[in-house]
Design a protein around this ligand. Sequence first.
Ligand code: BG6
Ligand code: MG
Length: 215
Amino acid sequence: GLEACLFDLDGVLVDTAKYHFLAWKKLANSLGFDFSEQQNEQLKGISRVESLRKILSWGGLDIPQQRQNELASLKNSWYVDMIANMRHEDLLPGAVELLNELRSNHVKIALGSASKNAKLILDNTRLTPYFDALVDGNIVSQSKPDPAVFLKGAELLQVLPSACVVFEDAVAGVEAALRGNMKTIGIGDQRELAKAHLVVDDLTHIDLKTIQNLF
Ligand code: BG6
Ligand code: MG
């Protein structure tokens, strides 16, 4: 049965997926091209360097590594400015209610995010105390759909992957959870996230009972 919940951050607990999109779009535009919201789905859950690589390939640009590092830093500085004023009130609907219910029922909770800004966001939104373990882009370098970020979470929580449920808004994240032999709940578009065990619009549709019913 259920022992732990592993949460992606961007687009699941906080409404930051839109800021990643805006910052990458600004970068692409500055390089003389654009990309669509549909293409952006492929960037969700993917690390900063992997995202840049994909975007440059969409623009047909071949750029030396040194310059790529500068571009990634530039995007990040824009992104960090956009999230600087995030507060507890910026959490996505249902997030706090679900975390509270899980905690009071002794379900373990971990973060499984590709972001190197995760700690900053958790602190600003006052979510840090909810987590028994934090796995982010500073700890794990393999990008989703590699399951490493979630397997590390299960290991730190000392639970089996098969007793975990992963909450994800990214196609790559759902794939990572499945490769890790975990249950997964997709947050977002049913068509995009069809491989998940369950897909909902947001966390207001999820309570402990819904999660336990997956087992
Ligand atoms: C993921 C986002 O959570 O983190 C991606 O879905 C993002 O869009 C990735 O690229 C890395 O984030 P950061 O904050 O380290 O650039
Ligand atoms: Mg996400």
